[in-house]
Design a protein around this ligand. Structure first.
Ligand SMILES: [Zn+2]
Length: 244
């Protein structure tokens, strides 16, 4: 399994464990419904030793895929329920809603950064690659409207979400899409399952960001918005604090 990672820079080779962002505060700040759906499934999948080589059948046997599907199916109900019965957190809910349009988040809780933006094999690699377990749910990193959701050649099953400023975030190589064109999504909403479709060398999420229609390096773009993809840090609290 290790050999497949041999082309990566040394700093990514090890399975470095960066402390997870304080999930409980995030759950309160954004919405309990979204965080709940993601955490259950990812928690189950993260026990696998090497995310790049997870046998889908093993994952199925593990129950992760089933629980993801169940979680998604339940989410619509939970979302409505959590609004009317949010455990007395009315004030926090209002703050979170106000802050939502400015919030940027990590797409997954547990992943390995495997490829940077830039020229690779003589071609521009227009995004970054995040390896994760087959079938793991991934989330919208920012609110917006789904402009594409379907199979697009080398990108495989792909979602494009455009935000209010016209920035586009593209999620590629999915195993399954959980949104359709025209849907409005919030930051942190589960929108698809990680896969290996299209021109993909292993199970991963290809994340691409277009500004004015042109690909840009997601690392500095997201760092400017409080998210460090490599360190797996999302600072949603700053946005919430500013709004309250
Ligand atoms: Zn890629």
């Amino acid at each position: 399994m290790r050999q497949r990672l041999s082309s990566e820079p040394d700093r990514y080779r090890g399975r470095r464990r960066v402390p997870t962002p304080p999930r409980s505060r995030y759950a309160v700040a954004v919405t309990a419904a979204f965080a709940g759906a993601g955490v259950v499934a990812i928690g189950a999948a993260s026990n696998f030793p090497d995310q790049k080589n997870v046998d889908p059948q093993a994952l199925q046997a593990h129950g992760a895929v089933q629980s993801v599907d169940d979680a998604i199916a339940d989410r619509a109900d939970d979302s409505a329920a959590s609004r009317s019965n949010n455990r007395g957190a009315d004030k926090q809910q209002v703050s979170a809603d106000q802050a939502t349009k400015d919030v940027w988040l990590l797409p997954m809780d547990d992943y390995q950064f495997t490829s940077a933006y830039g020229v690779r094999w003589g071609k521009l690699h227009g995004g970054i690659d995040l390896a994760g377990p087959e079938g793991a749910p991934y989330k919208a990193i920012h609110a917006g409207k789904v402009t594409k959701a379907g199979y697009y050649g080398g990108y495989g099953y792909q979602i494009t979400i455009e935000d209010a400023e016209g920035n586009e975030v593209i999620y590629a190589h999915s195993r399954r899409l959980l949104v359709k064109a025209g849907d409005k999504v919030k930051a942190g909403q589960v929108i698809g399952l990680v896969g290996n479709t299209g021109a993909s060398y292993g199970t991963h999420l290809h994340l691409e960001i277009h500004v004015n229609g042109t690909p840009t390096d997601p690392i500095p773009f997201l760092r400017d918005r409080g998210v460090d993809i490599k360190l797996r840090v999302e600072s949603v609290f700053a946005g919430v604090a500013a709004a309250s």
